[in-house]
Design a protein around this ligand. Structure first.
Ligand SMILES: [Cu+2]
Length: 727
C-alpha cells in the first residue's frame, strides 16, 4: 500500500463522504444538499452504505413510473473500509454500489460526472459506465466501453447517457468499463422492472439484492500495472520491475461489507488498522460469537444483516461483479429455488445444498422461503478454484431474532463443491416463455427467448491460451493467439467505423504481415502501426482460414471479429494449455505454463444461447449428446470450464461493436477479449448521438509495461508507487 497515505492526505480534505439513506434513486438536488450538509459537518472518513434493499414489487408503481428517468451521478474518490481496511475507493454520490433501477420502456437519462481527481493513479484516464447484460439495441454508443464505443469521461467532465430501456426485466449490474475502475468499487446492481404484469409470474413477498464482490487492499491501478510488467525474468530490468500477481482477494464482500480476518492488516500483515478493536471473529470457528462493534470511524467494519419475516418468501437477486473469483453463495438451513439466470426466466430448479454457483458477470434470481425457526443463519460466499481466499459472510436474520451471530460456527472455505458441467446443464429456458405464442409479450423483448434456436450459419473456434509474449516478456491471455490491446482512446473505434464506410477494408491488416516471431517490438509498436495507416491497426479473425488465417504466433493487437447482418454465429470456446500455441515464446525454467483456468465469457450487445459445455477437447460428434438444442438458456455470461469447452450461439441482429471477453478483470486486462464488429452498414445507419465525451489529447496504452520511470513520470507528484516487484 505504498503511496496510499500520500493520496489520502492529498484528498481527504475535499473528500468527505456520508452515509446515504437507503433509496433506489434520488434527484441531484437532494444529493447535493446531503453532500453539502456532510461537508459542513467536516466528517472525514467514508461511511460505506449498504446498498438499499428493494421494496416489494408492485406492478401499479411500475406502470405509473415516469417515462424519462433522470438520474445524476457524481463519481468521486473517498477513503473507505468495506472490510475493515482503509483504502481509496470510488463512490457514486457518496455511496458504494448504489442500485440503478429502471422500468421497461423508460428513457434512462443518466448524467455521469467524473469528480475523481486528475492525479488519482489509473491505467487509463477517465471513466465510463457499462450496463452489463443490456442488449442496447440501437444504442451502441452508450454501451460504455472506453476506447471502443466512446472516449472515457475525463476528470472534471460529464456525459449524459440517454436510451430507451428495451430490455428484459430482471437483474443486471452496472459497472465502470474503462481502466480498472470496477475493482475500486465502481459497480452496482441494475434492476429492470417489468412494465405491467410480468410475462413469467413469480410469486414472492419481498425482494433482497446481494452484491457478491471480491476485494483487495491495493488500488486497482497498482495491481494492473504490476500485471503488465515483464513476466519473463530475462526481460526484467531494474527500471521495468517484475511481474507480480495480484494474489487472491483479501476479502469477499456481501453488499459492500466484509470483515478482514483479525485486523492484522495489510498484504504483508504489517500495518495495524487504527481504531480496530475487533477480536478474532470469523476464524477459528466457534471461538467468539460476539458481534463486532462497528466504531464511529469504522462503520464498514461489520457484516451485512439481511432481515426476513417468518413464513414469507423472498426473491434474492444475486449479483457477481468479481474481478477474479468464481463463487458459491450458500444459504444455511434454507432451500433456494433458482428462477432466472442473467435476467432470463429459467425452469425453476433447486440449488444443491442451498448453494448457487455464480461466476463473475452472472446474476441469478432465487426464491427463499423463510420457513425455519426464528433465528440467525449464515449467508456465506466461498471462492472456487482459488484456495486461500477467505469466505464472505452475511447474516440472514428473522424478525424478532436476537441481534447476534448465528449459533453455528461460520462455515469454512473449501466446504462446498463447485457445480459440475452436468449440473450447469440443468439450467434451461423457462417453458412458460418457450410455449408462449405471444411474441409481443413484454414489449417484444422476449422474442429471442421465445424462439427456437436457429441453426448456425457460421461456426468458429476460439482457442484460449496464456502465452508469454516474445516481444515484451509480458504474460497475456490470448484468443486464437491474439492478446487484445485496446486502441488508445484518441478516438473511439466506433467513431472510426462510423465516419468511414470503407474503414474496415482500408484498415484491417492481415495478421500475417507483422508481429512475426523475433521481430523487434516495443511498447509503442502499435503506435507505429497507427502512424503508418493513419488509424489503428486491427487483426482480423474470420472463419475463412485461407484468406485470413489466425496468427501462428501469439501477437498483440486490436482483435476484431467481423459479423454480417443476420448471420448466426456458433462459437466453440476451447480452453487449452498455455503452451499449445505453436509459438516460440519462452517458457521460463521451472514455470508451469500448462495450467488452465476457468473463464466467465461475457458478450456485450446480446444474450446468447448456451448450447453446452464439457471437459476435454470439444468434438462435435462425440459431444453432440451433451448439447442442448431444444431449450438452451439465454445468458450473457457463460463459464468456460477449467480444462474444457463451452459452445454459445447468437444471431447478428444488433449493429454495433460488442466486446466478447472474459469477465475476470485480470484476464480481460491481460488480453482475453475481442471486438465483434456486427453489421457495419447497420451501425452507419444509426444516428450518432451528440455530446459524447471529447477524446483525450494524449493516448495512453493500458497494455504498456509500466516501468518505474514511467510511473514516476506519470504519477510522481501524487506519491503513488507500485508495490514492490516480484513473482
Ligand atoms: Cu478468464
Amino acid at each position: 500500500m505504498l503511496g496510499r497515505a500520500a493520496i489520502t492526505a492529498l484528498q481527504l480534505a475535499a473528500l468527505a463522504v456520508f452515509l446515504v439513506p437507503a433509496a433506489a434513486s434520488r434527484s441531484m438536488s437532494q444529493e447535493t444538499a446531503s453532500s453539502e450538509a456532510a461537508l459542513s459537518r467536516g466528517r472525514l472518513l467514508a461511511q460505506v452504505a449498504e446498498p438499499p434493499m428493494s421494496e416489494i414489487y408492485s406492478s401499479e408503481v411500475a406502470a405509473a413510473a415516469a417515462t424519462v428517468r433522470k438520474i445524476r451521478w457524481r463519481v468521486h474518490l473517498a477513503t473507505g473500509a468495506p472490510d475493515c481496511f482503509e483504502r481509496p475507493i470510488l463512490l457514486v454520490n457518496g455511496e458504494l454500489s448504489p442500485v440503478l433501477e429502471v422500468v421497461q420502456g423508460d428513457i434512462l437519462e443518466l448524467t455521469v460526472r467524473n469528480d475523481i481527481p486528475a492525479d488519482y493513479p489509473t491505467i487509463d484516464p477517465g471513466i465510463s459506465i457499462h450496463f452489463h447484460g443490456f442488449n442496447m439495441k440501437n444504442y451502441p454508443w452508450f454501451d460504455g466501453v472506453g476506447g471502443i464505443e466512446q472516449c472515457p469521461i475525463l476528470p472534471g467532465k460529464r456525459m449524459t447517457i440517454r436510451f430507451r430501456v428495451n430490455e428484459m426485466p430482471g437483474t443486471y449490474q452496472w459497472h465502470g468499463h474503462n481502466g480498472a475502475d470496477r475493482m475500486d468499487g465502481l459497480v452496482g446492481p441494475l434492476i429492470v422492472r417489468p412494465r405491467g404484469a410480468p410475462v413469467v409470474p413469480v410469486k414472492y413477498d419481498g425482494e433482497r439484492t446481494l452484491v457478491l464482490n471480491d476485494w483487495w487492499h491495493t488500488e486497482a491501478a497498482a495491481l494492473a500495472m504490476s500485471l503488465n510488467r515483464p513476466f519473463d525474468a530475462a526481460r526484467v530490468t531494474k527500471d521495468s520491475g517484475a511481474w507480480a500477481w495480484t494474489n487472491n482477494p483479501q476479502s469477499l464482500l456481501i453488499n459492500g461489507r466484509g470483515f478482514y480476518g483479525d485486523c492484522a492488516i495489510g498484504p504483508g500483515g504489517s500495518t495495524a488498522l487504527p481504531n480496530c478493536t475487533v477480536p478474532q471473529y470469523w476464524v477459528p470457528p466457534g471461538r467468539s460469537t460476539v458481534q463486532p462493534q462497528a466504531s464511529a470511524v469504522n462503520p464498514g467494519c461489520t457484516h451485512t444483516n439481511v432481515t426476513v419475516a417468518a413464513g414469507k418468501t423472498y426473491l434474492f437477486r444475486l449479483i457477481s461483479p468479481t474481478a477474479l473469483v468464481h463463487q458459491s453463495v450458500c444459504f444455511e438451513g434454507h432451500e433456494v429455488t433458482i428462477v432466472a439466470a442473467d435476467a432470463v426466466p429459467i425452469e425453476p430448479i433447486k440449488a444443491p445444498g442451498g448453494c448457487v454457483d455464480i461466476n463473475s458477470g452472472q446474476r441469478y434470481d432465487v426464491l427463499l422461503k423463510a420457513d425455519q425457526r426464528i433465528g440467525n443463519y449464515w449467508i456465506y460466499t466461498q471462492a472456487q478454484y482459488r484456495n486461500g481466499t477467505p469466505n464472505g459472510y452475511a447474516v440472514l436474520r428473522y424478525n424478532r431474532a436476537p441481534r447476534k451471530l448465528p449459533t453455528t460456527p461460520p462455515p469454512q472455505p473449501g466446504t462446498v463443491a463447485p457445480w459440475t458441467t452436468e449440473q450447469t446443464a440443468q439450467i434451461v429456458m423457462s417453458s412458460v416463455l418457450l410455449d408462449s405464442k405471444d411474441k409481443s409479450a413484454g414489449g417484444g423483448v422476449y422474442r429471442t427467448a421465445m424462439s427456437k434456436m436457429p441453426p448456425a450459419t457460421l461456426t468458429m473456434l476460439l482457442n484460449i491460451t496464456q502465452p508469454l509474449m516474445n516481444q515484451t516478456g509480458q504474460l497475456r491471455w490470448a484468443i486464437n493467439n491474439v492478446a487484445m490491446q485496446s486502441p488508445p482512446p484518441c478516438e473511439a473505434l466506433l467513431d472510426l467505423v462510423y465516419e468511414n464506410p470503407k474503414w474496415f477494408e482500408e484498415n484491417v491488416v492481415p495478421a500475417s504481415l507483422y508481429n512475426k516471431p523475433n521481430t523487434a517490438f516495443n511498447s509503442s509498436a502499435l503506435g507505429v502501426q497507427e502512424a503508418k495507416s493513419g488509424r489503428i491497426d486491427v487483426f482480423l479473425t474470420t472463419n475463412d482460414k485461407k484468406k485470413n488465417p489466425p496468427p501462428i504466433y501469439p501477437t498483440a493487437g486490436t482483435h476484431v471479429l467481423p459479423l454480417k447482418k443476420g448471420e448466426v454465429l456458433e462459437l466453440v470456446i476451447q480452453n487449452l494449455n498455455a503452451n499449445s500455441n505453436n509459438g516460440d515464446y519462452r517458457v521460463p525454467a521451472g514455470a508451469n505454463r500448462t495450467a488452465q483456468e476457468q473463464h466467465p465469457f461475457h458478450l456485450h450487445g446480446h444474450h446468447f444461447w448456451v448450447v453446452g459445455s464439457g471437459l476435454g477437447i470439444y468434438n462435435a460428434k462425440a459431444n453432440a449428446s451433451s448439447l442442448n438444442t431444444v431449450n438452451p438458456p439465454l445468458r450473457d455470461t457463460a463459464t468456460l470450464p477449467q480444462g474444457g469447452w463451452v459452445v454459445i450461439r447468437f444471431k447478428a441482429d444488433n449493429p454495433g461493436l460488442w466486446l466478447l471477453h472474459c469477465h475476470l478483470f485480470m484476464h480481460q486486462f491481460m488480453g482475453q477479449l475481442l471486438v465483434v464488429a456486427e453489421d457495419i452498414e447497420g451501425i452507419q445507419k444509426l444516428e450518432r448521438p451528440k455530446g459524447l465525451p471529447e477524446c483525450p489529447a494524449t493516448c495512453v496504452y493500458n497494455g504498456a509495461p509500466w516501468s518505474n520511470s514511467a510511473v514516476q513520470k506519470e504519477f510522481g507528484d501524487s506519491g503513488f508507487e507500485l508495490p514492490a516487484g516480484g513473482r
